[in-house]
Design a protein around this ligand. Structure first.
Ligand code: R5P
Length: 311
């Protein structure tokens, strides 16, 4: 078995290897001055069970290309099996043709990964579970929810209300509420066009006045979705507002929005690197998924059950 990292999030790959008690494999991945990417593995790959770690974060399109070239290089070096380890899968929101004349980019990306030579994919909390079906190969989708729940359990909140900031997050929020022994509520969110502005007008569910509340979403980008939900919860007198997500893809106004929103705490995982120092007011808590990924890699390698990890 050998684990390698692209340039997207080497600290995560290092943490996975630390958990596995093995060194990260040697690979050169860089761009020439013409922005053509070069990849060279620095060890024998023949018949190895190879895991290539690369969340699609940062300069997303470049990181995708890096992973595809790494897969191709591993294949051509006679790797025995290649698993693309993608803690955050980009383009997840482009999973259907819900406007005229647009692409289904998540499907296109799955095709790219397949034709480059990957044998399987390991990822976490896809934006839509159906994206698994875009691949004609095994996809193991890890679930960060039990670890997030474990954190909130440790806070001993009194029957919290788990709030989905839009209907897309409703199923997860309901699941989280059941695990925490709390209630669930949903926010009615609408978007006008593609400009990342969210309009949220109503909370559907139990009274939140004087209750501990936990907003849960799979990902936060501009922070617009949760900001609108936070405003509603504040107007309706919630006692505390925790904001949580799996993929903290904070960009643009997200830091300012979250830092100035007067929330109790912000909880997220490490699938995307975050500069927590950029938050001056809101306490943050990062949950590492590296041990979960490490355990999954070990089980894939040894033929163990992966789903048993997050039941
Ligand atoms: C949308 O369906 C997702 O679950 C998130 O709500 C969305 O990606 C968050 O984006 P933003 O933070 O830009 O509102």
């Amino acid at each position: 078995m050998a684990v390698f990292s692209g340039n997207a999030h080497p600290a995560f790959a290092e943490a996975v290897c630390k958990h596995l008690e093995m060194p990260l494999g040697g690979v050169e991945v860089f761009n020439f001055s013409n922005e053509n990417t070069f990849v060279r593995f620095l060890q024998n790959m023949r018949e190895r069970d190879v895991f290539l770690v690369q969340p699609f974060v940062g300069d997303v399109n470049t990181r995708i290309m890096e992973l595809l070239i790494m897969i191709d290089a591993a294949k051509r070096a006679s790797a025995g099996r290649i698993t693309a380890v993608i803690p955050y899968f980009a383009y997840g929101r482009s999973d259907k043709k819900d406007q005229p004349h647009i692409s289904i980019t998540a499907r296109l990306l799955a095709n790219f990964i397949e034709v480059s030579g990957a044998d399987r994919v390991l990822t976490a909390n896809l934006h839509a579970g159906q994206i698994q079906g875009f691949f004609n190969m095994p996809v193991d989708e890890l679930n960060a929810m039990p670890l997030i729940v474990e954190h909130f359990r440790s806070l001993k909140l009194d029957r919290p209300v788990v709030v989905a900031p839009d209907v897309g997050a409703a199923k997860d929020a309901s699941n989280m509420a059941a695990r925490l022994g709390g209630d669930v509520a949903f926010v009615d969110k609408r978007r006008d066009g593609n400009d990342e502005t969210a309009h949220s007008t109503t909370i559907v569910g139990p009274e939140v006045r004087d209750r501990d509340t936990i907003l849960y979403d799979d990902e936060i980008l501009s922070g617009g979705t949760v900001e609108a939900a936070i405003t509603l919860l504040q107007q309706q007198g919630a006692r505390s507002i925790y904001v949580s997500c799996v993929h903290p893809y904070f960009r643009g106004p997200a830091f300012e929005r979250l830092d100035s929103a007067d929330i109790t705490a912000l909880v997220y995982t490490d699938t995307v690197p975050v500069d927590a120092g950029a938050f001056e007011h809101v306490p943050t808590h990062e949950i590492s998924l590296a041990p979960l990924f490490g355990d999954a890699i070990h089980r894939i390698h040894t033929g163990g059950s992966v789903s048993a990890l997050f039941r």
